[in-house]
Ligand binder design. Sequence first.
Ligand code: FNR
Length: 346
Amino acid sequence: MTATLLEPYVLNDTLTLANRILMAPLTRCMAGPGLVPTQQMADYYARRAQVGLIISEATIIRPDGQGYPNTPGIYSAGQIAGWRLVTDAVHAQGGKIFAQLWHTGRISHSFFHGQTPVAPSAVAWEGTLPRMRELHYELPRALSEAEIAELVSQYAQAAVNAREAGFDGVEIHGANGYLIDQFLHHETNLRQDGYGGTPEKMARFALEIVDAVCRQIGGERVGLRLSPGGYAHLKGDARDRAVFDHLLAELNERELAYLHLGIFDDSLTFDYLGGRASDYLRAHYQGHLVGVGNYNPQSAQEAILAERFDLVAIGRPLIANPDYVARLQQGEPLVAYDESMLTSLV
Ligand code: FNR
């Protein structure tokens, strides 16, 4: 039984979703020249418009945010026009779509844009780029406070651009070890100025972006993705707990559409969070919570009935099953996901 999953869900006065299933943001590296979304991408998203809300693949807010080939942007007129193809196609099928706003920070590479990557502090991530194994991650340059202020306004501008492109809202990508997350963890934030050294200062960049974006497009159209447990592109630290405790208390004072966990497998546990990251967020955040990470329809339905979270984001199974919702409605089995499916946009 998956009845609860398929029921409409009221996020706020502005947005009611057709069901509790979100399409998780999924980077596909298929943008065209100029990092412009294509008609093929529009068709791909439109095929999935039956979910309650699509979160777009992560979308860079400026050129030096790029960390992978052919990831779309949302800073040029051409990119905004390309996204308009996508949002029109999704809306024509009755769907809703948010843009995920992204800067990879130290997970960027000069190979893509010719500049030294920027980050809270000059600490490199060990390792090489996926699918480009000959490229090692570089030592990033620490941002100045003036550059941080500029980035905050560029996130806000990206949200304005997203609305101009027809998106119903945005999700700020604060998860998975990218720029915003790098400010929230001790391994990557060694600053001793206004943006580091205490939990309040480490959470400041994230909160300034949330506030700037909400001021531009209204909090009811803004989601935030967070990874309180360090698990991708950085190492967690017991001291990070106080940063997230503070951040979540501050978020409870604000009107966001939802908070979304960033993780690949929600059965992972973190000592400093006292268990699963989703349970930690549920205990500390009072708004709508989106769970994710290896859920199937049955386990998602159970988790929602147990009130562990309110909505579920589905990633890989939606790559394998564009008609995921129709299959649930009709009680048809799902096609199993396989990595080979990443080579084409079906
Ligand atoms: C992802 N994920 C991801 N997360 C994110 O916040 N922005 C992104 O652009 C991407 N891109 C991405 C690409 C691919 C190919 C995969 C498999 C995953 C993570 C994704 O949103 C989700 O959290 C995980 O896939 C776990 O959910 P599922 O796949 O188990 O339902």
